[in-house]
Write a protein that binds this ligand. Structure first.
Ligand code: GLU
Length: 473
């Protein structure tokens, strides 16, 4: 077993990067430039809380790379936020965007607060002040840096951000593109909310459809009937569980910080969610067994384990006890580098975070494009496509003398709505990225794991951009 070393999150990312860099031919200067965080904005500002107290808020925005503009990445609200964490997450965004061919540099923001213990009014004040600090230093804008939701933030916070930005930049025609993950009424795109979970599902499904990979793991091809354990029932975990269940898999356990529940016949995420909302805990769900120590759920027998909460939940202590055959990293950085090595040695396939959870940023890209084009997806072509399809169906009926039922006609003629285009764009993106990474891995069998192959893909793409920018002639 590898020795127990403590790495900061950013050092873990650097370690994974260095491991992959050996399989590329870039000169060390380019590798160094790719690795570094280009701009780090650490800020403090006062906010008057509801009880009259003044609190000094600690917040960050890190732009890891500007090899493409704008930079892109979410903003998280959590007491665990610190500069190292935001740097690591910003770096992962650069690699993530490169792997899925989304033309952005990587960035990340964080505010060190506990959103659950603040009122909506306090959160609004903090969010708006944070946004104006970003505007002051030119750290936000549709062509500069575009934040999005992350742990502890969602549509509501994005609405406050776009509103603050627009009020400070009157007349900026593309202002709606200064942030993504907005409510639809403020320029959001349909499908953004479930995007990360759906992307996780598409990515894992594509791997499960690879015969050679499944054979090596001793698993049947396809996601149907596979047993899945999901850690975290936030936005990402909820939708990941939903799409696996709808895809024919069985979600046998769901873990949250207060405990976990197990049911061998499978759990319905919506019922579990409602139960937790009503009772304040995931435990005591009818028909399921309680697991008081939530961490134990990670170590149970299953085909696919999905950590969908925070970083560093599997390290060299618990990794040897993990029995899953596939680990799909829905969260950012849930495994330490030591855990990676243990899984590689034990023949467990780790599908890495910075590509598997790229569904969020991919659909953010679609939202940003929608904001710049000022038109909803499908608006121009939906009716035209429908009419063309109906004409074809009518011709078929006439030529064959047979009738197609109205229900069938409706399905076949259907012109694409925004949600159809977003989901199919995401599916295409995830399938292509999975294949690209697997091809790199297959072409070089000395690459030890899929994460390293994903990093090689990212390094080659970012390296090519830098080289083509002429920065390193
Ligand atoms: N916070 C998400 C992530 O870590 C989404 C970022 C975005 O949409 O820009 O990928």
């Amino acid at each position: 077993m590898p020795e127990n070393k403590e790495y900061s999150f950013f050092q873990s990312v650097e370690k994974s990067f260095d491991k992959a860099a050996k399989f590329t031919t870039w000169e060390s200067g380019i590798l160094q430039q790719i690795k570094e965080c280009n701009s780090i904005y650490s800020m403090r500002f006062p906010v008057k809380m509801d009880d009259g107290r003044i609190e000094v808020i600690e917040a960050y925005r890190v732009q890891h790379s500007q090899h493409k503009s704008p930079c892109k990445g979410g903003i998280r609200y959590s007491m665990a936020v610190n500069q190292d964490e935001v740097m690591a997450l910003a770096a992962l965004m650069t690699y993530k965007c490169a792997i899925v061919n989304v033309p952005f540099g990587g960035a990340k923001g964080g505010i060190k607060i506990s959103p659950r213990s603040l009122s909506a009014y306090e959160l609004e004040k903090i969010t708006r002040r944070y946004t104006s600090e970003l505007v002051k230093k030119n750290f936000i804008g549709p062509g500069i840096d575009v934040p999005a939701p992350d742990y502890g933030t969602g549509e509501r916070e994005m609405a406050w951000i776009v509103d603050t930005y627009q009020s400070l930049k009157p007349g900026e025609i593309d202002a709606a593109g200064c942030v993504t993950g907005k409510p639809i009424s403020l320029g959001g795109v349909r499908g953004r909310k479930e995007a990360t979970g759906l992307g996780v599902f598409y990515g894992v499904r594509e791997v499960c459809l690879m015969e050679d990979v499944m054979k090596k793991l001793g698993l049947a091809v396809g996601v149907e009937n596979k047993t899945v354990i999901v850690q975290g029932l936030g936005n990402v975990g909820y939708y990941t569980a939903k799409f696996f269940r709808e895809g024919g898999a069985k979600v046998i356990a769901i873990a949250e910080y207060e405990g976990a529940i197990y049911c061998k016949d499978g759990l319905d995420e919506e019922e579990v969610f409602q139960h937790r909302k009503a009772t304040g805990t995931i435990l005591n769900f009818p028909g399921a067994t309680n697991i008081e120590n939530s961490g134990e759920a990670l170590e149970m027998e299953c085909d696919i384990l999905i950590p969908a909460a925070l970083e560093n939940v599997i390290d060299n202590n618990n990794a040897p006890r993990v029995k899953a055959k596939i680990i799909g990293e829905a969260a950012n950085g849930p495994l330490t580098p030591d855990a990676d090595e243990i899984f590689a040695a034990n023949g467990i396939l780790v599908i890495p975070d910075m590509y598997l959870n790229a569904g969020g940023v991919t659909v953010s890209y679609f939202e940003w494009l929608k904001n710049l084009s000022h038109v909803r997806y499908g608006r121009l072509e939906k009716r035209f496509t429908e009419n063309a399809n109906i004409n074809i169906l009518n011709q078929i009926e006439e030529l064959t003398g047979k009738k197609i039922t109205d229900a069938e006609k409706e399905i076949i003629a259907h012109g694409p709505d925004e949600i159809d285009l977003v989901h199919s764009g995401l599916e295409e993106t995830m399938i292509n990225a999975t294949r690209e990474i697997m091809d790199i891995w297959k072409a070089n069998p000395s690459i030890p794991d899929m994460r390293t192959a994903a990093y090689v893909s990212a390094i080659n793409k970012v390296g090519t951009s830098y080289a083509e920018l002429g920065i390193f002639p």
